[in-house]
Design a protein around this ligand. Structure first.
Ligand SMILES: CC(C)(COP(=O)(O)OP(=O)(O)OC[C@H]1O[C@@H](n2cnc3c(N)ncnc32)[C@H](O)[C@@H]1OP(=O)(O)O)[C@@H](O)C(=O)NCCC(=O)NCCS
Length: 170
């Protein structure tokens, strides 16, 4: 599905960090909640959003450690974001506010991130995908390599899937 015309993709700015983390929490709590135990959801999407998490994300965006795109809707602010870490050829995130789900926003952000990754000269992207998102990534050319675990802050481990996608040339 093509993305709605009143939504545009933008490079994330450091001062988007707070809105990005609000989308992150809403996406997990609205979409992933049936796939994980409540204590995993709480550790993955802790509320309230803490200022040190906002500052840490703003810094990663500012210094280019994390390349992020946001989906903005006029009047509604940021409704989705995605990012990758060039130095690790790692797709870090694609998150869409649940009330904007299945409108093509995730797919459009993923395409934009892949384009940027190719500009960095990356030949592939790897990621730890959450269980709820596997169908989305399979639909977009990722393959599942194996099951794994992702260590959350606080020490809990969440089940995830190691996925990989080769990027087309040039
Ligand atoms: C995964 C996520 C980013 C998808 O975003 P989205 O904007 O809803 O996805 P799109 O509308 O672009 O979907 C494109 C296609 O992907 C597939 N897809 C997306 N979500 C799916 C789902 N929950 N189940 C099955 N297929 C799905 C479909 O083929 C869809 O096309 P269709 O709607 O025409 O059938 C979103 O559901 C989300 O934020 N989830 C919670 C956060 C999360 O776990 N992110 C991944 C962390 S690794």
């Amino acid at each position: 599905m093509p993305m709605p015309s009143n939504i545009r993709l933008d490079t994330a700015r450091p001062d988007d960090a707070e809105a990005i983390l609000a989308v992150h929490r809403a996406a997990i709590r609205g979409t992933a909640v049936g796939f994980y135990a409540p204590e995993i959801i709480d550790a993955w999407a802790p509320l309230p959003v803490r200022p040190e998490h906002v500052d840490a994300l703003a810094l990663r965006v500012e210094n280019g450690i994390e390349e992020a795109v946001v989906a903005r809707r006029r009047g509604a602010g940021i409704v989705g974001f995605g990012s990758f870490v060039p130095g690790r050829r790692e797709l870090r995130a694609v998150y869409v506010r649940p009330d904007y789900g299945r409108m093509g926003i995730g797919a459009a952000m993923l395409a934009a991130l892949e384009l940027r990754a190719r500009k960095y000269g990356l030949k592939e992207l790897v990621m730890d995908a959450s269980l709820n998102a596997e169908a989305f990534y399979l639909r977009h050319g990722f393959v599942t390599e194996r099951t794994g675990e992702h260590l959350l802050s606080g020490g809990l481990r969440m089940a995830c899937l190691r996925m990989r996608k080769p990027l087309a040339g040039r």
